[in-house]
Design a binder for this molecule. Structure first.
Ligand code: ZN
Length: 387
């Protein structure tokens, strides 16, 4: 095409001037919006310079392509990984810069929506609880607007966790919960002989996990256990955490029983990620509090409270994660409860209630012990929240 040059008039000039105006390279719309005047030429030169194009003050094919790409403001169109002709534009560059700020690996902000950008977007989506399709549409834009601005430098994992919770709504349908029965395989965990019987932590927590799986699945939750009843080997905690990450879990619950040389030691405790100097997973802490309070209220186990730990299991998981020590197998009192299947069902109800409350907006939360989890399915089906 013949370059559009100083002195030209017409709709093409109007379009060029509109883009230059939106880039704030032109002072203001002149009286002749369709005229390639001196201001326009200066603006074209400034634009060419900023994009590394040869600076001649005319709009040839190359400058036109750059201007065309520059007109896209982030959010104005859905971005995705197109092959073989990738999308390019100023919006892609803005997106890449924002992702880079948040610590995602997009490579260089080159304005091209390539596979690396798509992967970074998918990772972001997964972490805020969106479908990780790698394309940037209105939902992803909303999530970016809400957290992108607040956060510069470093990976704002805890913020994103809260955002994912807020955003995903009160329904449990479609959530993925990973339940981690501790130990297993060659590692039975706590073992306590009881007459002719022999109770093991690995078996009891697996039974708890299966019951929990059944109850959550009935509420429309996708559930995955980290191990079966009798695995060949004991999966290390690192692998359990990575498994939950790879499944894109919304919630991670690890189940253990405690033990102590002193048979008087008893009660339930729940752990979430956090350090001694106050760094904490806010959502993990909230989930831990809910699980702990619901179990205490519904089972009468002694309250050994919630605690912050930096265990790998809690540190490496990317979703709200808790480890519950549901009583002491070494305590005759706790053990008498734990070996009773009806008691284990009450523990399971408590955990289901806690998971459900996790997805209530704080202001619509309900008192501990009050949520009738048998109603959950109807509530979920009706698409409403219990008040
Ligand atoms: Zn254990």
């Amino acid at each position: 095409m013949r370059p559009i040059r100083p002195g030209d008039r017409g709709p093409a000039v109007t379009e060029i001037r509109t883009i230059l105006l939106s880039l704030e390279l032109l002072p203001a719309a002149g009286t002749h919006a369709d005229e390639f005047d001196l201001d326009t030429e200066r603006a074209v030169r400034a634009f060419q310079q900023s994009r590394g194009l040869s600076v001649d003050g005319r709009v040839g094919a190359e400058t036109w392509r750059a201007l065309d790409a520059a007109r896209w403001r982030l959010g104005a169109r859905t971005l995705y990984h197109a092959v073989p002709e990738p999308l390019t534009g100023e919006d892609v560059r803005s997106l890449q810069e924002r992702l880079l700020e948040m610590g995602y690996d997009v490579g260089r902000a080159d304005s091209i929506y390539g596979i690396r950008t798509a992967r970074a977007v998918a990772q972001f989506q997964r972490e805020v609880g969106l479908t990780p399709d790698g394309s940037c549409g209105p939902h992803t834009m909303n999530a970016l607007r809400r957290i992108g601005r607040k956060v510069v430098g470093g990976r704002p994992q805890w913020l994103r966790e809260s955002d994912a919770i807020r955003q995903s709504g009160p329904a449990l349908v479609g959530k993925t919960v990973v339940i981690d029965p501790g130990h297993g395989g060659t590692d039975p965990g706590m073992v306590v002989p009881d007459g002719s019987l022999r109770w093991t932590e690995a078996d009891l927590v697996h039974d708890l996990a299966s019951r929990l799986e059944g109850r959550l699945a009935a509420s429309g939750v996708r559930v995955q256990l980290t191990r079966g009843p009798s695995p060949d080997r004991c999966l290390p905690d690192t692998d359990r955490a990575l498994l939950a990450n790879s499944l894109g879990a919304d919630v991670f619950i690890s189940l253990h029983l405690d033990g102590h040389a002193n048979p008087d030691a008893e009660g339930v405790a729940t752990y979430h990620y956090g350090t001694d100097n106050g760094v904490t997973s806010a959502t993990g802490e909230r989930l831990a509090g809910l699980v702990q309070r619901e179990i205490v209220a519904r089972t009468g186990l002694r309250d050994c409270r919630t605690h912050a730990k930096t265990w790998e299991l809690l540190r490496l998981t990317r979703m709200p994660a808790v480890r519950v020590e549901v009583g002491y197998l070494t305590s005759p009192t706790d053990r008498a409860h734990l070996v009773d299947p009806r008691f284990r069902d009450r523990v399971v109800e408590a955990i289901v209630a806690a998971v459900q409350r996790m997805y209530y907006p704080i202001e619509r939360d309900v008192p501990t012990g009050s949520l009738d989890v048998s109603e959950l399915r109807a509530v979920v089906a009706a698409g409403t929240v219990i008040d």
